[in-house]
Design a protein around this ligand. Structure first.
Ligand SMILES: [Zn+2]
Length: 432
């Protein structure tokens, strides 16, 4: 299935950390790729995190004077996530204590997920449009919420794509936000598409695609992972909110200085000049805290198109998703991974100055020749400076990404230029 078709199927599901809706999303994902499924029993505890029960809503109505006021089953967000069952008559005052709404988007239904993470606060409740809440009249209301909270297992999907090295890059997205498309089914379908493309080529690093409920899925995955496996994790990318019509946003890793931060900065600067970037947790919060947690400290960046107006509401549906934005996101991930995959030091096989313009080398870029009738650009000047300094970078230590950064040039263009030196047998690329 292509990304948009898969997204349309997945985002309608009534997802939760553990729910039949999430099982359906997982079935669709497994239909695309041979994921391994790790299962963790509900109510398991680790570091204070408790796997929620297998939950779903069956019935959710509010009547007044025999008339249906609200049916919470009209949308997966209509019942507050992890709501208890309740049946009885309540006053308007009491009812209002059990209603959640979004004043900023009065016709949307908001996403309420607090109780999954704070089960001690569980109660019953509806999420409804503020426009409806605002017009509720005083009187007696008949409430019927029937939800199922059962034992079961939480699932973490895990696909390993082996590379030349056992060092592994994690691509992670979450599958627990009921009825929502951009957050984060867009990340799920982008991760699946990236995996399909990685599987078609030879890779230096190994990759692991992890699709799981936010925080719970990755916390229990790491906690139950063989110590040796965890040591192989080199970098991570959290993929989220990648289908809406917005510029790309790079959130850096905890240190902000790792090779994956630098690769992402270079790729986006030269391919998406309108992108924005910020420090760790300054754009959006997800499972990067899990991968970066002490004892693991896996540098994990996050790629998204945050912020967006429809976030955490029923407006986050397929109507705000654009196929070309999903595709552009896939290309950006592949571009960043390509830098990591090819970045290496270069060793020279010559001594002294090479006449780059000699046809037998043909490595001269006549960029700032005044006899050329064209405007000299900043890029021309950058290339000219690079050409003058390049031979000294072939020292067996300086890497392609270092050179691209020093000269504020696109990594791929620099890499292709260095490859021309290799074709002329002037250098060797040190890939280890
Ligand atoms: Zn979210």
């Amino acid at each position: 299935m292509n990304m948009l078709e898969l997204l349309k199927k997945m985002c309608k599901c009534a997802m939760a950390p553990v729910s039949p809706g999430t099982d359906e999303v997982n079935r669709l994902a497994i239909g695309e790729l041979p994921f391994k499924v790790h299962e963790y029993p509900t109510l398991s505890e680790h570091n204070g995190w408790i796997v929620p029960l297998n939950w779903h809503a069956k019935k959710a109505t509010i009547h007044k004077d025999g008339k249906l006021i609200y049916d919470g089953m009209q949308h997966p967000l209509g019942v507050m996530g992890y709501s208890k069952s309740f049946s009885g008559k309540v006053s308007l005052e009491e009812l209002k204590k059990h209603l959640s709404y979004r004043m900023d988007l009065p016709y949307a239904i908001g996403y309420h997920c607090d109780w999954y993470y704070k089960p001690q606060n569980r109660n019953w409740g509806f999420s409804m449009p503020y426009s409806l809440y605002r017009d509720l009249q005083s009187g007696e209301y008949e409430v019927q919420i029937e939800t199922v909270s059962a034992k079961g297992t939480m699932k973490t999907l895990d696909l390993l794509i082996p590379g030349e090295s056992q060092e592994t890059i994690i691509l992670n997205a979450h599958n627990c936000h009921g009825g929502q498309a951009n957050d984060d089914i867009s990340g799920v379908v982008v991760a699946i598409e990236v995996a399909k493309r990685l599987m078609k080529k030879k890779n230096r690093y190994s990759y692991r695609i992890i699709i799981a409920p936010e925080h719970f899925g990755t916390v229990f995955y790491l906690a139950n992972l063989d110590e040796k496996e965890g040591k192989k994790f080199k970098y991570g990318i959290f993929l989220e909110m990648l289908g809406n019509n917005n510029r790309l946003a790079l959130q850096k890793s905890f240190t902000g200085k790792s090779e994956i931060d630098r690769a992402a900065m270079n790729y986006l600067t030269h391919n998406h000049p309108d992108f924005h970037h910020d420090e760790f947790r300054n754009i959006i919060g997800n499972d990067e805290t899990v991968w970066e947690a002490p004892g693991y400290e896996i540098p994990t960046i996050s790629l998204s198109r945050a912020p967006y107006r429809e976030y955490h509401t029923s407006y986050d549906n397929e109507s705000i998703i654009f196929e070309e934005k999903l595709e552009e996101s896939v290309k950006a991930v592949m571009g960043i991974l390509n830098i990591l995959d090819t970045n290496c030091a270069i060793e020279r096989k010559f001594k002294g100055l090479i006449a780059l313009s000699n046809p037998k080398y043909d490595l001269y870029k006549p960029t700032v020749d005044p006899s050329l009738n064209r405007q000299i650009t900043k890029n021309d000047i950058q290339w000219n400076k690079l050409m003058d300094r390049m031979p000294r970078y072939f020292d067996g230590k300086t890497k392609v990404l270092d050179i691209a950064e020093l000269h504020e040039l696109d990594y791929t263009a620099v890499f292709n230029y260095i490859n021309q030196f290799k074709e002329k047998k002037l250098v060797e690329l040190l890939r280890n």
